[in-house]
Design a protein around this ligand. Structure first.
Ligand SMILES: [Zn+2]
Ligand SMILES: [Zn+2]
Ligand SMILES: [Zn+2]
Ligand SMILES: [Zn+2]
Ligand SMILES: [Zn+2]
Ligand SMILES: [Zn+2]
Length: 238
């Protein structure tokens, strides 16, 4: 069985990673486990969930526009700064080219709430600190004790005052996957922790086209991205 992914010119095949093997995912740059999509002639690998990431999403963090899955950064620096976690990325991102919003794939699908053994209460994803009411200058992540930048996302306890942790600290023990997120409203979702280890591959075939209606601005931005891609490809074949 072969698969086609828009970011790669060759067909991909499924492969089960064996203990001791190390493959780095070309989507998120992290090591792969379990099932991957592979192109052996290029050493190109994708986590199942990275390969199945849909081409467009609506995300409550950036409600006005769709975020488009870009196979690589379109900035001259060849990297992007993730608005969610504040770290750079060089592989896939969900981006709004109109507004220069970029999210790692894993960050875009962070579950709206998590449980962590470090804290008895559920932690809720805070997409940004527009809530200016507790803009403590020196908030610390309660797990790693490093500073918590109010510009980036965090998980917070709604019961305890000022209990915030980094998104990465809250989710290190979790298996990343594609968590379902409804338009706009995360509040009444079941805890996605229950879905750990249950990849949703079957819900999004790798070559499936997602039907979305892009606004004219978004379509232009997409053309712009694809134009850049064509240029990059052309350049690399010269
Ligand atoms: Zn990946
Ligand atoms: Zn290849
Ligand atoms: Zn990120
Ligand atoms: Zn935008
Ligand atoms: Zn932390
Ligand atoms: Zn609490």
């Amino acid at each position: 069985m072969e698969y086609k992914h828009f970011s790669h010119e060759h067909n991909l095949s499924m492969y089960q990673v064996q203990p001791g093997q190390q493959f780095r995912c070309s989507g998120c740059d992290k090591f792969c486990d379990k099932t991957i999509y592979a192109c052996w002639q290029c050493n190109f690998f994708l986590h199942e969930h990275c390969g199945n990431a849909t081409r467009y999403i609506r995300h409550p963090f950036h409600a006005p526009h769709h975020l488009i899955l870009c196979p690589y950064p379109t900035y001259p620096s060849n990297c992007f700064l993730c608005n969610a976690c504040g770290t750079t990325g060089t592989r896939f991102s969900y981006c709004c080219a109109l507004c220069e919003v970029d999210l790692h794939v894993n960050c875009a699908f962070l579950p709206p709430k998590v449980s962590h053994k470090a804290h008895p209460h559920e932690l809720i994803l805070n997409l940004s600190n527009q809530t200016g009411d507790h803009n403590d200058v020196n908030q610390m992540c309660k797990i790693c004790r490093k500073s918590l930048d109010s510009k980036h996302w965090s998980y917070e306890c709604r019961i305890c005052a000022n209990y915030g942790v980094h998104t990465l600290c809250a989710t290190t023990e979790m298996k990343m996957g594609l968590y379902q997120m409804d338009d706009g409203d995360c509040s009444d979702q079941g805890a996605p922790m229950a879905q750990q280890g249950a990849p949703m591959a079957q819900q999004a075939p790798i070559d499936g086209q997602v039907q979305v209606e892009l606004t004219p601005e978004e379509a232009l931005a997409l053309l712009h991205i694809m134009g850049l891609k064509a240029n990059v490809n052309a350049a690399s074949y010269v």
